[in-house]
Design a protein around this ligand. Structure first.
Ligand code: GDP
Length: 194
């Protein structure tokens, strides 16, 4: 089946976005670090399955080895299912992402979110970056340019609107996300008909 996956650190608003696009209530605020199976939901009336993968990254009270296992599970799921996945949604917290990326960037370290973005591209999965919590961001264009830059997409971000989608899931503002994902799903369908 045709699949859209959601990946991202814990607490970026993945469950909130999931609920918004599928209409299903999914467990939010769940215990951090609980390794759970991917959740599959249908996307509204469409033929697409949306898969919510476990959140990763720092979670207080979670052992390093559990965190590592979650990361490995996410990467393995993407690798194993790449052929069926049409769009990989990387959900970021627009308020925090750039700082977190910069803090974890050094000569011998690539931040995990950046790594995931590259992995999606390597696996030929179309990435869409849902930059969430934009209601908390004042310098909108500047912030989105920084996000683009950190992912190796040359600013201005506006030339990447099929990839970078500023949203505020909690407030139901997800149209940029819907547009970006649909663009790719429609393109894929057209290719299938050829
Ligand atoms: P998850 O761990 O990625 O699934 O994150 P959740 O969906 O549980 O959300 C984490 C926190 O961020 C919750 O308190 C949400 O209410 C909040 N949140 C989610 N989306 C938004 C948003 O668009 N704006 C703001 N300000 N908060 C949000």
């Amino acid at each position: 089946s045709d699949e859209v996956v959601l990946v991202g650190r814990s607490n970026v608003g993945k469950s909130t976005l999931m609920r918004e696009i599928t209409g299903h209530s999914v467990a939010t605020g769940q215990k951090p670090g609980v390794t759970r199976k991917p959740n599959h939901y249908d996307w509204a009336s469409d033929d697409f399955v949306v898969t919510d993968l476990p959140g990763f990254g720092f979670m207080s009270g979670v052992e390093d080895d559990v965190r590592e296992r979650i990361k490995t599970d996410v990467v393995r799921y993407l690798e194993d299912n790449a052929d069926d996945i049409m769009v990989g949604v990387l959900v970021l917290d627009g308020k925090a992402a750039v700082d977190i990326i910069d803090r974890h960037t050094s000569d011998d370290e690539i931040p995990h979110v950046v790594e995931l973005f590259y992995l999606l591209q390597d696996l030929d999965i179309q990435p869409v970056v849902a930059v969430n919590k934009m209601d908390k961001v004042d310098d909108r264009d500047e912030r989105l340019n920084d996000v683009a830059d950190r992912l190796g997409l040359h600013p201005p971000w506006k030339q990447w609107q099929d990839t970078i989608a500023p949203i505020a899931a909690k407030h139901g503002r997800t149209s940029a996300f819907d547009d970006a994902v649909r663009t790719h799903l429609d393109a894929e369908k057209r290719d299938d008909l050829k």
